[in-house]
Design a protein around this ligand. Structure first.
Ligand code: SF4
Length: 384
């Protein structure tokens, strides 16, 4: 069990219409002070957490997410990566991922990121159809997405993820197929597909609530997912997590750690951390984050200590997201001193009778039907 590191860059060019993530549009004047604060938080971490079990060190994965990390000028990203390597020297085979958005990358910036040690790039393409990108309020068009993929390749990124969103208001199955087929033509090593989630308070939700856009059609969204599953499998991708597919050898190691409920340290505004049973999170507002670090204060906003019951439930919920692997019985037993069947005899029996999970000697995992009804399955494990 190795520690994962997460770094949050909260800035974006503009706020997308569906976004309720911890991100702020614009604010280039905050880039440098935010970088200072982030580097200070990272540098102080080894002293703040002297009790990280030695078997969890060194960290083997780092993930720079956002927001739009690629919006930061390269010299600032270079400082952040240097601070990270000084505080937590990463082994040569560490996976260092970064999210990037088309419209915020250039051939030269991508080359420099690769040289700085980023070895996995996740591009937020979302769609290859301009009308859909406009509806989502993305800052880029389809041609910029194609260009970003080609530039990433030329820069030497041979572990590339493309993010796509499906289930858009008014989107037809044929339109979805076009986007996914185009993504497949690029033969990226990894593909993430997310069903659009309409979050209250976003401009997209307002348009739907105001009758200006139709609500996403759940049945059609399910058809899109089922079609994508078959198409990606035929193209040689391994469906390893509900929303994630990879060519053999290219599963995202950092996210695998998250789904196995392994420990991680998060840095930056809104970043969460989880060590042992303790979980904590930083202030969400980047300005408050900067001010706290400038004043020499901790950026932590809250913390909780998980009961074994809740920790175990989270291990089930996260692990069931892993399509093939599921929750490994032996790993679960080593962690909690009992097997999933001993911890949840009635729940597992009921879910199995309903055809939602499969109970094998070495693992418990969702069935195909269970994957479509994942949230209903997960809710059963939560303590009252
Ligand atoms: S790029 Fe991502 S984080 Fe930024 S506004 Fe759009 S959806 Fe939100």
């Amino acid at each position: 069990m190795a520690l994962g590191l997460y770094l949050h860059i909260p800035f974006c060019k503009a706020k997308c219409a569906y976004c309720d993530f911890a991100s702020v549009p614009g604010r280039p004047e905050w880039f440098a002070p935010y970088t200072d604060a982030l580097c200070a938080e990272i540098a102080g971490a080894p002293a703040r957490f002297p009790d990280i079990p030695p078997d969890q060190l060194p960290p083997r994965t780092a993930y720079i997410g956002g927001g739009t990390p690629s919006i930061l000028p390269i010299p600032l990203l270079e400082r952040i990566l240097r601070a990270l390597q000084e505080a937590f020297p990463l082994p040569a085979d560490a996976e260092i991922s970064m999210e990037a958005n088309p419209g915020t990358v250039e051939p030269d910036s991508l080359r420099r990121l690769r040289i700085l040690g980023i070895n996995r790039l996740s591009l937020g393409v979302q769609s290859f159809r301009d009308a859909e990108l406009r509806l989502l309020g993305r800052v880029h068009d389809a041609e910029q997405a194609r260009q970003a993929i080609r530039w990433a390749r030329q820069a030497g990124f041979d572990n590339l993820n493309l993010d796509l969103i499906f289930g858009l208001p008014g989107q037809s199955l044929e339109e979805w197929k076009q986007s996914l087929e185009e993504a497949l033509a690029f033969a990226s090593q990894h593909i993430s597909l997310y069903a659009l989630s309409v979050e209250e308070g976003t401009p997209l939700a307002e348009m739907i609530n105001g009758g200006k856009l139709p609500a996403p059609d759940d049945d059609r969204t399910a058809d899109m997912y089922l079609w994508a599953e078959e198409r990606l499998e035929a193209a040689g991708y391994l469906h390893y997590e509900i929303s994630n597919w990879a060519l053999p050898g290219y599963m995202c190691r950092h996210n695998l750690g998250t789904w196995r409920n392994e420990p991680y340290l998060g840095f930056g505004s809104a970043a969460h951390s989880h060590l042992g049973r303790r979980r904590w999170w930083n202030v969400r507002d980047p300005q408050a984050y900067i001010q706290r670090l400038q004043a020499g204060l901790s950026p932590m906003e809250g913390e909780e200590t998980l009961t074994e019951e809740l920790d175990m439930a989270e291990t089930m919920i996260l692990g069931l997201r892993l399509v093939e692997e599921g929750v490994e019985v032996e790993r679960f037993r080593r962690r909690y001193g009992r097997t999933p069947a001993e911890a949840y005899p009635e729940i597992l029996a009921r879910l199995s009778a309903q055809g939602l999970i499969e109970i094998l000697p070495e693992r418990v995992r969702l069935t195909r039907r269970g994957r479509l009804l994942g949230n209903q399955v997960f809710a059963r494990f939560l303590p009252d």
